[in-house]
Each structure stands twice: as C-alpha cells, then as structure tokens.
Design a protein around this ligand. Structure first.
Ligand code: HEM
Length: 68
C-alpha cells in the first residue's frame, strides 16, 4: 500500500474508504484467477510532499499467469 496515498490536510481524499474497498475487491478477483509473481523486489516509493502522493521509483515487474 506504500504507493496508494490519499493526501493530507484540508484537501485529503474524501473517497479513501471507497477506493480501498474497490482495490481490495479487484485484488481478490485478480488473485482468484491469476498467480502473480514478483520478478524483482518492490522498488522504493517516491513521495510528493506537495500533494501527499507516491509513485514507484522504477517499473514494477510481475509475471501474471492464469490459474489452471
Ligand atoms: C486509489 C484511488 C484514489 C487515490 C489514490 C486518491 C488520492 C487523492 C489525493 C492524493 C487527493 C488530494 C489531492 C490534493 O491534495 O490536491 C485526493 C482528493 C480527493 N479525492 Fe481522491 N483518491 C482516490 C479515489 C477517490 C475516490 C473513489 C473518490 C470519490 C468517490 C475521491 C474523491 C476525492 C475528492 C472529492 C478529493 C478532494 C478533497 C478536497 O479537495 O477537499 N478520490 N484524492
């Protein structure tokens, strides 16, 4: 979850709970149908202090295969 940031202060995201529920639902659907293997360790997140968001410092490499 290091990459999913919702800002802070006065303009902090009001949709956080909905967004997290949606992410968990989609992840559970994905993991029921596919095996996901990391090809490399998770890169460090880069934080933006300006709006409280984060993004990966490098591409995230994964192998996704359909479950049999
Ligand atoms: C993974 C999904 C989401 C992420 C990562 C995210 C992230 C953010 C961030 C970082 C901000 C702060 C922007 C700033 O400070 O300028 C923000 C604001 C906001 N978000 Fe989200 N958001 C997400 C989903 C949603 C959803 C689903 C909704 C509504 C259903 C929503 C509604 C809002 C609103 C209304 C604001 C502005 C709040 C204000 O200015 O007072 N967001 N969001």
């Amino acid at each position: 979850m290091a990459y999913v940031q919702f800002g802070y202060g006065k303009h902090r995201c009001t949709g956080e709970r909905y967004a997290l529920t949606l992410i968990k639902s989609l992840m559970s659907l994905l993991l029921r149908k596919y095996d996901v293997t990391m090809k490399a360790p998770l890169p460090d997140p880069i934080f933006s202090k300006a709006i409280g968001t984060a993004s990966p410092s490098k591409k995230i490499m994964v192998i996704v295969t359909a479950k049999k």
